[in-house]
Design a protein around this ligand. Structure first.
Ligand SMILES: Cc1cc2nc3c(=O)[nH]c(=O)nc-3n(C[C@H](O)[C@H](O)[C@H](O)COP(=O)(O)OP(=O)(O)OC[C@H]3O[C@@H](n4cnc5c(N)ncnc54)[C@H](O)[C@@H]3O)c2cc1C
Length: 381
């Protein structure tokens, strides 16, 4: 048994775990991250960070690093069956997920954080505050953070009451190619949508295509897909797709599963953050941003409330659960909107997008959240 009883133990060194590690270390709080993979776990996929995620990173002094490692399109273009519907200013930084993880990792290590790779959590003895790992080691720690992602073992074991993930009917493709197009593009067609953006100044471009079908696809980030099938499925959505994908690297396919929102994200000495707390469908590109918000809030509360975890947890749950569940629900609804089939409804949606400011209003509602100010407000109320 390793005695780390003065440390906060973070299970999972992904986006939320590392962001929390940085926040806690910024305030000199002792942390150790346990990561199941043998090294930095970072699937090569595109990710967009919107202003609400960016502001949290800015409070962690990471804005410059993020800017250096990402691309900022000036325009976002929405299309239907290949014809423009709407053009607006783009607010997001887009990058390879790998770069985001590396930026967070480097900062965490620079701040004196500890991370142990090849440590896969097997169980927690809540009463004794002990974490047990598949490599047979065990650690006594002060507080456990579950940042173990969408398939969180900790959520399943201690929080979800045995509810199982349900196939959403959506399956997704992801891949990279190269293109001269500098814009963010979101293209709809009947029952499908395709999101693409550059991830660096060489205009390497990330594509995510979502289709609704009854064929159930495995929930895995590593399952190789067939490029020809992908191109065929999205030709109507983007007439150039075959040409754009001439220079493509591998393409992957995975199933999107839904998990019901939780009523509690705290229990005894365990706190859930990130996808473990609020697994969401990816249709608003908010999972990582909300995960970073969670991490910042929890870390800042630990600092302000001097690691009195009862108070920290109560305040954290109060602040986060409403916002998280709201974004989780909005993401699901966005999927329905993106995948309309009925021609009349499609027409009405497209007219609304073209003739009103509904899209930018909806986005502002999410993007204008300043996690630092909101946390301070809650402490002074
Ligand atoms: C197609 C798609 C596109 C997306 N695009 C965006 C986007 O553009 N913008 C955005 O904000 N979000 C996006 N997201 C969501 C985003 O990727 C996630 O919300 C985010 O990664 C959540 O961070 P996390 O730290 O909770 O989980 P993760 O980053 O997945 O990290 C979990 C970590 O825990 C580790 N782990 C798991 N189990 C154990 C264990 N038992 N013991 C130890 N370690 C363990 C894993 O190895 C991993 O390193 C997208 C998601 C998908 C599927």
């Amino acid at each position: 048994m390793h005695d780390f009883s003065s440390y906060i133990g973070i299970i999972g060194g992904g986006i939320s775990g590392l962001a929390l590690g940085c926040t806690l270390r910024k305030y000199g709080i002792k942390t150790v991250i346990f990561e199941k993979e043998p090294n930095l776990h970072n699937e090569g996929a595109g990710i967009s960070i919107s202003p609400n995620g960016l502001i949290a990173l800015e409070y962690l002094d990471l804005k410059n690093e993020l800017e250096k490692n990402s691309y900022k399109s000036s325009r976002a273009i929405l299309k239907y069956n290949n014809s423009p519907l709407l053009e607006m200013d783009s607010q997001v930084y887009t990058m390879n997920r790998r770069n985001l993880i590396s930026v967070l990792y480097k900062k965490y290590i620079d701040l004196g954080g500890e991370i142990l790779f090849d440590y896969e959590l097997k169980d927690i003895d809540i009463e004794k505050k002990e974490c047990l790992f598949t490599n047979s080691s065990s650690y006594k720690i002060k507080h456990v953070i579950a940042s173990d992602g969408i398939k969180s073992l900790i959520r399943e074991k201690f929080f979800s009451g045995g509810s199982k993930p349900i196939y959403s009917g959506y399956s997704a493709w992801r891949g990279f190619t190269r293109s001269e197009n500098p814009n963010v593009e979101i293209s709809f067609s009947s029952n499908k949508h395709l999101v693409s953006y550059p991830i660096n100044s060489d205009l390497k471009r990330s594509f995510t295509g979502i289709i609704k079908s009854n064929e159930q696809v495995t929930e895995s980030w590593r399952e190789q897909g067939n490029l020809e099938t992908f191109i065929k499925q999205f030709e109507e959505t983007n007439h150039q797709i075959a040409k754009v994908f001439e220079s493509a690297e591998d393409i992957f396919k995975w199933g999107i599963f839904v998990r019901p929102p939780l009523k509690n994200i705290i229990k005894k000495n365990i706190t859930l953050i990130g996808d473990a707390a609020h697994p969401m469908v990816p249709f608003l590109g908010q999972g990582a941003c909300i995960a970073i918000e969670d991490a910042y809030t929890f870390g800042y509360l630990c600092h302000e409330l001097k690691c009195e975890f009862d108070n920290v947890q109560k305040m954290y749950q109060l602040l986060r659960i409403k916002r998280n569940n709201k974004i989780q629900k909005m993401s699901l609804n966005q999927g329905k909107l993106n995948h309309l089939k009925n021609p009349l409804l499609v027409f009405l949606r497209n007219q609304l997008m073209k003739k009103t400011d509904i899209v930018s209003k909806r986005l502002k509602n999410i993007h204008n959240y300043d996690v630092h100010q909101e946390t301070i407000k809650s402490l002074t109320n």
